[in-house]
Design a protein around this ligand. Structure first.
Ligand SMILES: [Zn+2]
Length: 76
């Protein structure tokens, strides 16, 4: 089993965010479509599985820098 979390093609703005992104399990911050997102909650679905509620994070919660554009290079 391999995980993509070992590789970091993006450049977090600060060490705290890098740490938050590096948790292999139970992490709440993740990158999707070049944007930093925060997993807000998981909701069980009637048919099985679960829905993930997420919010885009526009400013780093640790250092306050705008996250827009920080992670778009990861898609190149
Ligand atoms: Zn930061």
């Amino acid at each position: 089993m391999t995980t993509a979390t070992d590789a970091h093609p993006f450049s977090p703005c600060c060490k705290d965010l890098a740490t938050a992104l590096s948790f292999p399990a139970g992490r709440h911050f993740f990158i999707e479509d070049g944007k930093l997102k925060l997993l807000v909650a998981k909701t069980p679905l009637q048919g099985g599985g679960e829905a993930e509620l997420e919010n885009a994070v526009r400013y780093c919660p640790f250092c306050g820098k705008p996250t827009e554009g920080l992670f778009t290079k990861a898609l190149a």
